[in-house]
Design a protein around this ligand. Structure first.
Ligand code: NDP
Ligand code: 8X3
Length: 254
């Protein structure tokens, strides 16, 4: 296989859920992949599914700036021109309302969902610039960044950050070639709820009798975004399963 002319997508959180599905979809369509995440075994499994030279893996912890920098600085020449950055890695921790929260969990969400996205973006910009016209950044926000719910406190706030940072980044990059999209999904079945609750039971219960989005749905949207003509910037995509609706603000009586 000759991948010398293939485009490259850099994915954070490629070991599971949206990131893993997106890696597979782009690889099946001939793109080169930089797959990153903490769980190295899963990265190796992903790499082994595709021809040699197509998937470059980097063990990277989004809460650790040094690991982001060293992973990006060590990109091989073959994967160092990046056409799309999928800022996807992230997590929620905890479902309880204030004040029944853990400061440590809050810190982890802020470090991962905010500082991780910032550090990856800043360090990857020169590689996106090398790609020139058609380059894009897709940042994963959430409907939790727009719609409040009890227990959403800091998770939702980190995703509101993602939305506004995406828009502000577009402003900073004005006049250049790099597009920026805030992709804001609703309920989707991945390992998200398992990580958030630490409970198989809670995970099963949330998705009971409902058809949520699946990672492939998100992968197909990322594909659409990354393959628009170079002059088209889709600012924001908000997507829910048909079974989920934006509900009215809650009223407390009595
Ligand atoms: P998963 O739990 O299935 O995947 C999360 C990914 O993020 C994993 O690959 C994980 O990799 C990575 N990740 C988490 N923490 C770190 C870290 N410190 N360093 C590096 N990678 C990390 O969940 P989803 O696929 O659903 O989540 C992807 C994104 O989508 C997240 O940002 C999430 O907030 C967002 N989202 C999810 C929704 C849902 O309902 N599922 C809806 C809207 C948004 P590893 O553990 O190997 O490091
Ligand atoms: C995940 C969606 O609504 O479960 O970002 O918080 S929600």
């Amino acid at each position: 296989h000759d991948f010398s002319d293939a485009r490259t997508i850099f994915i954070t959180g490629a070991t599971s859920g949206f990131g893993a599905a997106t890696a597979r979809l782009f690889a099946q369509n001939g793109w080169k992949i930089v797959a990153t995440g903490r769980r190295e075994e899963r990265l190796k499994d992903l790499q082994s599914e595709f021809p040699e030279g197509q998937v470059h893996i980097v063990q990277m912890d989004l809460t650790d700036e040094a690991s982001i920098k060293s992973g990006i600085n060590a990109l091989p020449e073959s994967h160092s021109t990046v056409d799309c950055l999928f800022n996807n890695g992230g997590l929620a921790l905890g479902v309880d309302p204030v004040p029944n929260v853990s400061r440590e969990q809050w810190r982890t969400m802020i470090d991962t969902n905010i500082m991780g996205v910032l550090d990856v973006t800043l360090n990857l910009l020169p590689h996106l610039k090398k790609a020139g016209k058609g380059a894009s950044i897709v940042n994963v926000g959430s409907i939790a960044g727009s719609f409040a719910y009890p227990g959403g406190n800091v998770y939702g706030a980190t995703k509101a950050f993602t939305h506004q940072f995406s828009y502000n980044l577009r402003s900073d990059l004005a006049g250049g070639d790099i597009r920026v999209t805030s992709l804001e999904p609703g309920m989707a079945k991945s390992e998200f709820t398992l990580v958030r609750t630490g409970s198989e039971e809670a995970n099963e219960k949330l998705y009971e009798d409902v058809l949520p989005l699946v990672p492939q749905d998100i992968a197909e949207i990322v594909w659409f975004l990354a393959t628009r003509p170079a002059h088209v910037n889709i600012n924001c995509v908000e997507v829910m399963p048909i079974a989920q609706t934006p509900s009215a603000p809650t009223i407390t009586r009595g």
